[in-house]
Design a protein around this ligand. Structure first.
Ligand code: NAP
Length: 430
């Protein structure tokens, strides 16, 4: 029988336990596909006594998680701890430096340290794989680095955070406000106790920075991303968007321009005719546009025990087969500097929502600011008053440079008539 691929699991939470279950359930099939067995030999987490719903007595328990790679009987380490630094990074560095394969689901670590780890992997001729780090069970990394590898990619974008999509969908279906749905999602365990990484767009940004590197052959540039989340979306935004023919989605978008890369995570209005408008609940979707293949749409479960374990084990099967290349689809030295496109030059339509005091002259003040900034208005809707007695004004602009929109909003800053921060959402027109 062919020599097994012997693995160590670091982290036995949602994904770690899922990997144990999957390797048990599909053992024979996986062995046939991989050409050899994939065997867990050692495991580690913080709390040895915790019941994880799987039989771990078959495996060696290692107290020092970061030393798992030191075992002679381990060929590959699967890092499922999480966190951009700390024990996950120590383990990843140690594993690759030792010339052993590393599989990880850790988007934060890859977004911040992916290039360093990829370089270490290259030097040590070891595999570094992270399919589960972006969009969980959806094989989007394989899709970009293998399936679409022959294409020049114009843009890659998607719904990259299931928690946000779950919240936005529930807000739409039940007409509820953000805070209310978030509280319920937390109670049900769909959202973390500290949800800020998800709802403020950071998690989606980690994933987008990895996708952008793969799509454009550029160095991962997390710092170059503009990030905004869904905290300020209110039920009325979703109702108004629907009346205008859109759904609100948190969209991560990376686009190649002649001035560099444009990368942004932002709540957007997605036309009902676009496939992403029909991605509901906690599902994820990624769209890539290649110059020969055209539009590719990947959709599926972006998180959870089963889907994420599916992606982790797919990476292990590649390693068992000896099929792996450079982590970011080309050697690190071949990756270009991302460069940063000036966001102000980007032209598009936007949705703006103002809460204004119910007094004469407000409309004229806002439209004058738009006119003076050179922004023309496509539609303007005024609907009733809120519980606080404020009036909601919703506006869709014609195509305008972002800088002009920012100029218009700047002119309105400090206005006595406008209450709170106006809500701005970009309209996805492709
Ligand atoms: N959950 C998903 O759906 C999903 C989807 C895609 C990617 N990911 C990524 O997968 C990774 C794991 O996520 P998860 O949801 O499985 O997390 P989780 O349920 O919180 O599990 C984390 C595991 O890591 C262990 N751990 C934490 N700190 C440790 C330390 N200092 N030393 C040793 N072990 C430590 C924990 O040990 P104890 O159990 O003993 O506390 C636990 O077993 C993260 O990078 C995450 O971003 C998750």
């Amino acid at each position: 029988m062919a020599k097994p691929l012997r693995i160590a699991l670091a982290g036995l939470g949602t994904v770690g336990a899922g990997v144990v279950k999957l390797l048990d359930a599909n053992r024979t099939l996986i062995e046939r596909r991989a050409g050899r067995p994939i065997e867990i030999v050692a495991v580690s987490a913080r709390d040895r006594s915790r019941d994880r719903g799987v039989d771990l007595s078959r495996f060696a328990w290692v107290d020092d998680t970061t030393a798992l790679f030191e075992r002679d009987d381990v060929d590959a380490v699967v890092e499922l701890i999480g966190g951009s630094d700390g024990p996950a990074l120590t383990l990843a560095r140690g594993t690759l430096n030792a010339g052993k394969a590393l599989v990880t689901a850790n988007k934060a670590m890859i977004a911040h340290h992916g290039l360093e780890l990829a370089r270490t992997a290259e030097t040590a001729k070891a595999a570094l794989k992270f399919e589960a780090a972006v969009a969980g069970g959806i094989p989007v990394i394989k899709g970009l680095r293998e399936g679409a590898a022959a294409n020049e990619i114009a843009r890659v974008y998607g719904i990259l955070n299931g928690t946000c999509n779950f919240i936005l969908t529930a807000m739409e279906e039940q007409g509820r406000d953000f805070a209310d749905v978030l509280a319920e999602a937390q109670a049900l365990g769909y959202a973390e106790a500290d949800p800020s990484f998800d709802i403020d767009g950071v998690d989606a940004a980690h994933k987008l920075s990895i996708l952008a590197s793969l799509a454009f052959g550029t160095r991962v540039d997390f710092a170059g991303l503009a990030i905004d989340g869904i905290r300020h979306v209110i039920a009325a935004d979703i109702t108004e968007a629907k009346a205008l023919g859109f759904r609100v989605r948190l969209v991560g978008l990376a686009e190649a321009t002649d001035k560099g890369l444009f990368q942004r995570v932002h709540p957007c209005l997605v036309p009902l005719s676009h496939p992403m408008a029909h991605v509901t609940g906690s599902l994820n979707a990624v769209v890539a546009e290649g110059n020969f293949v055209g539009r590719l749409v990947f959709e599926g479960r972006g998180a959870g025990e089963g889907p994420t374990a599916s992606a982790v084990v797919a990476d292990l099967i590649d390693i068992a087969r000896g099929e792996y290349g450079p982590a970011f689809a080309m050697p690190v030295d071949s990756l270009a500097e991302a460069g940063k496109a000036e966001p102000g030059e980007r032209v598009g339509r936007v949705y703006l929502r103002f809460a204004v005091a119910d007094r004469p002259g407000v409309l004229a003040e806002i439209t004058a600011a738009m006119r003076d900034a050179g922004v023309s208005i496509e539609s303007l809707i005024q609907r009733g008053t809120t519980a606080d007695g404020d009036v909601l004004l919703v506006m869709v602009t014609h195509d305008a440079p972002q800088a002009a929109i920012a100029d218009a909003l700047g002119r309105l800053e400090g206005s006595q008539s406008i209450i709170g921060r106006p809500m701005l959402m970009h309209i996805l027109d492709f």
